[in-house]
Write a protein of this length. Structure first.
Length: 187
């Protein structure tokens, strides 16, 4: 198929879901291997460090793209970057934006990654991947964080995320946080 041909939406959804399942398994396999080799405490520190680096790289790249468009790295401009924007389909069953207590939140239903972690009974290790949302946003602009109000791996029926300003203490923790201290920012 040439790059000019159109791919049917159902085929695109299946392809993205397949890649999402592989990402979920890759994360789970690395996390399990790290903990088996280093033990629980040190393993969690190494995983947290890797997830922080992963998310921050996405955020930094997004920041550069947004600024190359002549825009400021504000929450409103986050999706102006193209490189790491999540696809609108295939990674989840449904996504919606809602207002809760006068705050805009995004709810994601049927996360493919969470389904994989549930299938393996590894929600706790899988959930560590979700912290990339915090580091992604702080890598983009350390004055903001994207946090999880609810997550499927934590037993909720959907994931609910919102963007909030960071405190000076959270920025300090994130910038110096090596081990897993920075995970506390997701509150």
């Amino acid at each position: 198929m040439s790059h000019r041909e159109m791919i049917p939406l159902d085929e695109a959804k299946r392809a993205i879901a397949s890649v999402s399942r592989r990402v979920a398994l890759l994360h789970l396999s690395y996390a399990k291997a790290i903990i088996e080799e280093l033990g629980e405490e040190r393993g969690l520190e190494v995983i947290a460090k890797a997830i922080k680096d992963y998310g921050a790289r996405i955020g930094e790249k997004t920041r550069r793209e947004v600024m190359s468009l002549g825009l400021e790295p504000t929450p409103e401009n986050f999706n102006a970057g193209e490189s790491y924007r999540l696809p609108p389909f295939g990674m989840h069953d449904k996504i919606e934006t809602v207002k809760v207590d006068n705050e805009q939140r995004v709810r994601t239903y049927g996360c493919i990654l969470a389904k994989v972690w549930q299938e393996y009974g590894e929600e706790r290790l899988g959930r560590l991947y979700c912290y990339m949302d915090v580091s992604k946003y702080m890598g983009y602009n350390p004055n903001y964080k994207q946090i999880h109000i609810k997550t499927i791996p934590d037993g909720h029926p959907y994931c609910e995320l919102t963007i909030r300003p960071t405190t000076e203490e959270e920025r300090r923790i994130f910038l110096r946080g090596e081990g897993k201290d920075w995970l506390s920012i997701d509150k």
